[in-house]
Structure formats: structure tokens, C-alpha cells
Design a protein. Structure first.
Length: 167
């Protein structure tokens, strides 16, 4: 089972649409920004995918809440892909614990799953813990849909195990 998941993830990462985007993201980032990587599974189809996010330095704070600009790319094993940009937030409620959230409008590429249209919105919320001053682990759920701007709007929910690299 683990070998099958690994093979699916490697095949997904190698998708022609993902590689150029992730390379451009890596080459353009300042060294002090955060990176997030994750493995995701679609709640409805049990499909496996990968997520890479880039979060710029903190843009604003309000008490324990901080906000940043971010971009994200997600590719699933059936070659569905989403690339978006928007805001990410982190609310610290204990020394090591935080709630993370984001809202990212973006573009959806249909592989085998028709979510209705190209323009989609991804919302995400989850719980994270810092395991060191440079690394955080989190479990999140995200919802992606076209927000009703198309007649077909089934939406998609995904659980994600995330690792955040703080620089």
C-alpha cells in the first residue's frame, strides 16, 4: 500500500503542469519566506496528491493573529491541478500551537474530476504545532469550489498533512 501511494505521489509530482510552476516558485522566493509541503487526500474520491505553498514574510499582525501573502499549487494523482494566490493567516493560541487558515482564488485544471469551470476558490483551516523553531506540523481540511459562478459546482474537500519550514 505504501509503495502504491509513493508511486502515485511521484507520478503526480512529475506531472508536466506542476514541475515548471514549482521550479519558478522556488527560484523566485526570498530566503526568509516560509515553505509548506503536504500530502493530501480527497475526501470524496480518496485520491492522493501533493501541495506546495510559499508564504511571504508577515504582512500584518493583530494580537496573536498574523497574515501573509501566499501562493499554492496542488496536483492530484488523476492530474487535477490548482494554482492560486491569496492570504494566509496564523493564530497562535499557545506557545507552540496555532490555527492556520487561508483563502486563495486560483485556476483549476481538470484532469479526471470535473468541478465546473476554471476559476476556483480554496479555503483552508487546520491545527498545527511547532516541533522546533524552524519546523511546524499541521493537519488541515480545505474546500475548493467555483463559488457558484458556474452552473455545475460540486466542490471538493481534502485532508492534508502539512510540514511548514520557517526561515
Amino acid at each position: 500500500m505504501l509503495k502504491q501511494v509513493g508511486t502515485k505521489v511521484l507520478r503526480t509530482v512529475g506531472a508536466p503542469i506542476a514541475l515548471p510552476a514549482l521550479m519558478a516558485l522556488w527560484l523566485s522566493s526570498p530566503s526568509y519566506a516560509d515553505w509548506v509541503g503536504g500530502v493530501t487526500t480527497d475526501v470524496d474520491t480518496d485520491g492522493v496528491g501533493v501541495v506546495v505553498e510559499h508564504h511571504w514574510p508577515v504582512s500584518w499582525t493583530y494580537g496573536a493573529l498574523s497574515g501573509r501573502w501566499g501562493i499554492a499549487g496542488r496536483v492530484d494523482e488523476d492530474r487535477d491541478a490548482f494554482f492560486g494566490a491569496g492570504v494566509t493567516g496564523e493564530y497562535r493560541f499557545a506557545e507552540r500551537w496555532y490555527i492556520e487558515m487561508s483563502f486563495m482564488p486560483g485556476l483549476y485544471h481538470r484532469g479526471e474530476t470535473d468541478l465546473g469551470g476554471t476559476v476556483h476558490f480554496r479555503t483552508m483551516i487546520g491545527l498545527g504545532v511547532d516541533v522546533s523553531d524552524k519546523i511546524g506540523l499541521g493537519l488541515t481540511i480545505d474546500h475548493m469550489s467555483n463559488g457558484g459562478i458556474q452552473s455545475k459546482n460540486p466542490g471538493s474537500d481534502a485532508l492534508m498533512l502539512r510540514i511548514k519550514f520557517r526561515q
